[in-house]
Design a protein around this ligand. Sequence first.
Ligand SMILES: Nc1ncnc2c1ncn2[C@@H]1O[C@H](COP(=O)(O)OP(=O)(O)OP(=O)(O)O)[C@@H](O)[C@H]1O
Ligand SMILES: [Mg+2]
Length: 326
Amino acid sequence: MKATHSNEDVKAGTDVVLTVTNLGVGFFPDSARRYDVVRGVHLTLRAGQTTALVGESGCGKSITAAALGGPLPRGMVQDEGEIRWAAGVESRPGRGLAYVFQDPGECLNPVFTIRNQIHEVLPTEERGNAEERLVELMRQVGFAEPARVLASYPHQLSGGMQQRAMLAMALAGRPRVLVADEPTTALDVTVQAQILQLLKDLQRQENLAMLLITHNLGVVAAMADYVHVMYAGQIVEAGPASLLQAPRHPYVQGLLRALPRLRGPRQKLQGIEGSVPPLGQRPAGCRFHPRCPVARDICRQREPEWKAVDDQHAVACRAIGADGWE
Ligand SMILES: Nc1ncnc2c1ncn2[C@@H]1O[C@H](COP(=O)(O)OP(=O)(O)OP(=O)(O)O)[C@@H](O)[C@H]1O
Ligand SMILES: [Mg+2]
């Protein structure tokens, strides 16, 4: 079998909820041009499991997530690949799939009460006698006084409470997949830990498949079963979250070196030189080669091939062998 970063066969027995194959999103600034935003992304989301999507700003994490079911920005189209739901899962946004974002403002409308907004996303059959369900949702996300929060407008809630209300709204449609795009980045550290714990609890209760987008590799270590690392619109390394203890791709190794906390206290903080190329300026060959410390001639000319490190872990790099440095 040709190696890819699809972990299709991992953990047989866990229910696959959503399979994404060869996903591509194009940006059409005008009718004459198409830029690759995201290309060749494979994802397999399983009930009760968390897949983290990581990478520097502008790598395509949010666009990948949006392509699964949310609206894409103007001018962007998912024009490659396939998104397949497991039989019986309703894929309508708000039912099969729900999103939470860094900024609750992307979900919560300032001019309606929390009650109004959550009521709106309840499945039709639950709207008639909704009060019990609304109170249950409030309790599920940790509110001790459901009635007071339901009667509030978003600005009357703290950042952490808004995040909880947004989660209640996400759960209201009884999703099977929860996409959390930097859910705690805007919160202070203690609230961040509470929301992450809540996400874990809700995932267990609801058997949710979660796609967790984060910059924070500490959050990945605490939350994720699998990790996919993106660079310039493509996945470059994927596998169980433990791969971050010994990543193979020079980009992922660089991301880890940029993280002082995971290194020894006297280790010099080293980032990765340069930055993610903008759309339309991505280099030929391996997109990482201009920043790569081990790039060879072939990396400038040809796209990388996927190599299997083991049956769950794969990496797209020509400069290294599956067992480490060639
Ligand atoms: N509305 C838009 N119009 C045009 N280009 C966009 C738009 N939104 C994102 N892009 C571009 O698409 C690419 C992928 O962006 P995306 O938002 O998915 O990155 P990201 O990995 O989520 O970054 P961040 O960590 O900053 O959220 C980037 O080059 C970005 O500049
Ligand atoms: Mg983003």
